[in-house]
Design a protein around this ligand. Sequence first.
Ligand SMILES: N[C@@H](CCC[C@H](N)C(=O)O)C(=O)O
Length: 288
Amino acid sequence: MPDAYPFLKGHGTENDFVLLPDHDGTVHGALAPERVRALCDRRAGIGGDGVMRVIRTASYAGPDAGTLADYSGSAEWFMDYRNSDGSLSEMCGNGIRVFVRHLVDAGLVDGTVPVPVATRDGVKALTVAGDLVTADMGAPQVLGSSVVGVGLRSWPARHVDMGNPHAVAFVDSLEDAGSLLDPPAYDGGTYPHGVNVEFVVRRGERHVAMRVHERGSGETRSCGTGACAVMVAAALHDRLVPEGGAPTDDVAYRVDVPGGTLTVTWTADGRVLLTGPAVIVASGTTTL
Ligand SMILES: N[C@@H](CCC[C@H](N)C(=O)O)C(=O)O
């Protein structure tokens, strides 16, 4: 590994990421958890909710490379995503939108046509329209119910899988979840690999607001997969979509997060589309 190597910093609705270009897999080797933690450190590092290595799918040689090899024919680029604690996640909805913003800015893809990107949850298609980037997140899995807790309080939660696990709890006030410095309590039987927990309030018709405690990153200012899980839970609660079914027409919700606003659409053919801003705000070199 060189002494200094390039990085970029970007965010989507203030869910922020360090991007590490390593196109041919020659710069970083295995991305050790302690390096991810150092990069994400907001005082001693660059700061971020996660790290994304920008690597060609065919060049990735990590332990799960066998699965990803199936994707290399359909997606040139792989989003190698890590949470700020160094753990892997299958998917990151804001991250993949920032990832594609970088690919377009750098001239690595043609942003006028859908861009396929490989993730640990399969290949996603991204489209860019001005400031907005839309990720086709595929079909949600609605898996039943659970309970989450903060301190002495607990709430029923809907289990929605967007490639990664979510527990969505409707609350009276976003303040109910308190400071969220510690992870909410959850059922380890339902979520053996941990869970992202969303607290949701209604703001109006097809309009909700949320806070999130992300697995591996703590409370963040936004979570794209979380916004999708919240929208799915809200549309089911509002009976706009039948339990176990898909919408008859496209259904769209505005989802406010502390860092901005996302739009989530559940399409008549059962896919969830996540739309919002995504920007690159800095680039440089780092020795971390
Ligand atoms: N912020 C992301 C989700 C990142 C992964 C998550 N913390 C997990 O461990 O599943 C998003 O925008 O979806």
